[in-house]
Design a protein around this ligand. Sequence first.
Ligand code: BT5
Length: 275
Amino acid sequence: MVLYENNNFNNMKVPLSTNSLNLGTKYLGRNTLYYPEVESTNEIAISVAQNGGPEGTVIIADKQTKGQGRLQREWYSPKGKGLWFSIILKPNIDPIKVSQLTLVAAVATADAVSKVIGLSPGIKWPNDLLINGRKFCGILSEGQIGNEGIDYVILGIGLNANLDFYDFGLEIRSKATSLKIETGKHIERTQLFREILCQLEKCYETWLREGFEPIRLAWKEKNITLGQLVQVNSFQEVFQGKAIDIDNGGALIVKDKNNKIYSFNSGEVSLSTEY
Ligand code: BT5
């Protein structure tokens, strides 16, 4: 099967045969566009979504030259060594719930890594997957909300599969890792990609059907943030306290030394030694 043979997406000309992927999903990844090299798969996914690309469409690249993290940060995405991909979703839900999708993706990706690789990653709120305290996967969700609700959400997932220690630049070497580094084995990317899509479709459907609570419980089981003293940088302000929970919307709840409670819908968390 060749996808988008007569498509409207003029420049989207490198379709991937999903037959060869042997996907076990109903719709995630059934339309997959593969690129050897792009600036950012999220950028392409946005343009595909804006041009009517259906829910479940996946854009995957072997290399990104301008992979994006949050807040204009860069995501290092060297050729052939990782999974760099973006998924288009069009959930018919209250836009206020959209940030929960990052947590849905984190739970699903952690489940897939456990299943295929046999390691149990920890989730650092909201979007980092870590093994032995080092980040090997990050998630960037971006969306557009229109008059009628959510137009689309893009879930961008960057996962370090086969990077070696010296592949990382000096500035991230001490805090980043890859599945190859952690297991000592070459990682078969297609199998992992397939499993992430399967787990994500499962978690996404659970979330649509039953709401956030089952995802919240699964997230809490895998999290490495709660119970820790943390520093949260949010909107140019810095808070210190103990991370005590995530609420039923996915926000992080932090209690400071005066027992004052704060909740964060977004922000950057680092472990702190002070209360
Ligand atoms: C993230 O941002 O963790 C989200 C990363 C999402 C990347 C995917 S790849 C497919 C899709 N297309 C895109 O263009 N993006 C998405 P953030 O929490 O802001 O973390 C960024 C920080 O992680 C950087 O400032 C570095 O310190 C560090 N970093 C950069 N590249 C890394 C890598 N390959 N592995 C581990 N850490 C990295």
